[in-house]
Design a protein around this ligand. Structure first.
Ligand code: HEM
Length: 202
């Protein structure tokens, strides 16, 4: 079995773990938290949040690291020759189309990873410890909430880049990247709106 296949599997598995929790937070937990009173939150959140945030942040880490390994194996190695940009990375003139799709996807994914590890998790850690209250706690909640929302939107274009590299069935162009990304953002927006109504009755 090729190492590339193993890392591809790991990458997609932990990508699902990460984004699955991101969508749980944004499409399920947001409306649930809005419906809970203070006592219910005190009972539920100390059980729910540390577990969900653990899978969320470590899912992000493994996805990111396995993505970098994949990038190295696929684009930066020529078997029998050695390391360095290969023929898959370089097209006729400059970057290949496959490299262009994936580099955009990797840019979005890296911003999302940064948001998780530098903005969302440090804020949530302080909130969960109970050490901060009042205005500071509100500011941390707003910061984490905004970064989480940005990541939910970015996940749409991220998957365009990830899947575009191998499965777009068409070459790279900016109008295609922008058009497909806008369509993906629209799906995220509709999901947010839908999440306010879904599940209120069976
Ligand atoms: C966080 C930063 C990320 C980096 C650096 C990264 C990197 C990569 C690389 C280098 C590839 C191989 C592309 C190719 O075959 O040409 C890839 C493929 C892929 N990635 Fe990511 N990725 C990231 C995040 C994600 C996330 C969050 C998901 C969500 C599920 C994801 C899902 C996929 C999928 C589905 C593929 C295509 C697998 C295939 O077609 O065989 N990636 N990624």
């Amino acid at each position: 079995m090729r190492a590339e296949f193993l890392f591809r599997w790991l990458h997609v598995f932990f990508g699902i773990v990460w984004l699955g929790h991101l969508y749980f937070f944004n499409f399920v937990n947001l409306p649930v938290q809005a419906a809970l009173d203070a006592d219910a939150k005190k009972a539920v959140n100390p059980q729910l949040m540390p577990r969900a945030l653990w899978w969320f942040r470590w899912g992000a880490m493994v996805t990111f690291l396995s993505g970098l390994v994949l990038f190295g194996l696929i684009y930066m190695r020529t078997p029998g020759v050695g390391w360095g940009p290969n023929a898959i990375f370089q097209g006729g003139e400059g970057l290949s189309d496959r490299a262009r799709w994936i580099l955009w996807g990797m840019l979005f994914g890296t911003i999302m990873w940064f948001n998780v590890w530098v903005l969302i998790w440090p804020a949530q850690k302080k909130l969960l410890s109970g050490a901060v209250t009042g205005e500071l706690a509100d500011a941390l909640r707003r910061r984490a909430g905004l970064a989480s929302r940005v990541n939910t939107y970015l996940s749409g274009p991220l998957l365009i880049g990830m899947l575009g590299a191998n499965h777009a069935g068409m070459g790279f162009s900016y109008p295609r990247l922008i058009g497909l990304s806008l369509a993906a953002l629209a799906v995220v927006k509709v999901s947010y709106v839908h999440s306010l109504f879904v599940g209120k009755s069976v």
